[in-house]
Write a protein that binds this ligand. Structure first.
Ligand code: A2P
Length: 331
């Protein structure tokens, strides 16, 4: 297998460190490896595959050397400035920020869902929002079979989605300290506020879910709405998803469809108290689905409960899976 040169940008962050872990676990064929971050952590070291790597400061010259793929997770501003520089040098950027996701020239990819869209990239590929990724893995097989008419998302999102600072707010909040990252205490609380508010009253996080769902499922007219909530959970996002279909369905067949879907693990035995839980999903790469029941208020609808590790499948693992697909296509 061809070996590639790979860089991780934002390597010292929550997602960045998980990139390193997932790349090690999945044994990507890497020749030269680079870790980059801001001047704050330049010179520090990170261990990858048993070897120490010195963190480089990300600059306009970082991509002068040959790098085939760069995994970016260093915020939207950094991606806005540096992804085009990397792309112009022939490097394929897989970007975890929201900066490029809705750009019509940038594919937005969940490998189990729309791998075919990778083919039209122009050296920047976007990794979807963490809440969107796990929802797509659940929705795609149902859309293929029953044609989705409308989706209502209600999310219960972990503090790790807000980076190291979010994690610390919960840790310190449990000891009675004031929040630094969130506008209110997260310990013992639920905040119906993720990312900033928009003129339409929704948050950016909510509109990301709406717009990204339509782009990934190739349906600009799909009716989608969302309420996204930060909850005092360290890791893994949970989502209640209400779905209405064009076509009728048999519940057992729908459950079987989800069971056989790529990337899905079914935990759907309520009688035995078996349903997806954030603490169980943490550290895993699958999307866990349960509490599957007919929505009795509409003609053809279902409610499902979907849980995944937002730092792994919701960010790092999904990006590494995109890289794996690209490497496979290079052979
Ligand atoms: P640094 O550690 O040097 O600040 P998180 O969101 O988990 O806190 O991680 C953010 C990541 O993005 C970190 O690796 C951080 O590096 C990196 N980062 C933030 N701003 C920049 C920047 N201007 N240039 C390069 N990397 C950046």
């Amino acid at each position: 297998m061809k070996k590639i040169n790979l860089a991780v940008v934002g390597a010292t962050g929550m997602v960045g460190r998980t990139f390193l872990k997932v790349l090690e676990e999945r044994q990507l064929p890497i020749e030269n490896f680079y870790v980059m971050a801001s001047s704050r952590s330049a010179g520090s070291t990170l261990t990858f595959n048993g070897k120490e790597y010195v963190v480089e400061e990300l600059t306009e010259h970082s991509f002068d050397k040959p790098i085939d793929i760069a995994l970016f997770s260093a915020g939207g501003g950094t991606s806005e400035k540096f992804a085009p520089i990397a792309a112009a040098h022939g490097c394929i950027v897989i970007d975890n920020s929201s900066q490029w996701r809705m750009d019509p020239t940038v594919p937005l990819i969940v490998p189990e869902v729309n791998p075919e869209d990778i083919s039209w990239h122009k050296n920047i590929i976007a990794n979807p929002n963490c809440s969107t990724i796990q929802a797509m893995v659940a929705l795609k097989p149902l859309d293929d079979k029953y044609k989705i008419k409308r989706v209502v998302y209600s999310t219960y999102q972990a503090v790790s989605g807000a980076g190291v600072a979010g994690w610390k707010d919960l840790e310190n909040g449990l000891k009675g300290e004031e929040p630094q990252k969130f506008p209110h205490a997260i310990a013992g609380n639920c905040l119906p506020h993720i990312d900033s508010f928009l003129d339409n009253g929704y948050t950016k996080e909510e509109m990301k879910m709406v717009n990204e769902t339509r782009k990934i499922l190739h349906n600009d007219d799909m009716r989608v709405t969302a309420t996204t909530v930060r909850v005092p959970v360290f890791n893994s996002h949970s989502e209640s998803i209400n779905i209405e279909f064009e076509k009728p369905f048999v519940l057992d067949e729908l459950i079987e469809t989800l069971k056989n879907a790529p990337g899905v693990v079914l935990q759907n035995n309520s009688a035995a108290n078996e349903y997806p839980l954030a603490v169980d999903a943490a550290g895993k790469d699958d999307v866990f689905i349960g509490r599957i029941r007919r929505d009795e208020s509409v003609e053809s609808g279902v409610n499902i409960w979907v849980v995944a590790d937002n730092i792994r499948k919701g960010a790092a693992t999904n990006a590494v899976q995109i890289a794996e697909t690209i490497i496979k296509n290079m052979q």
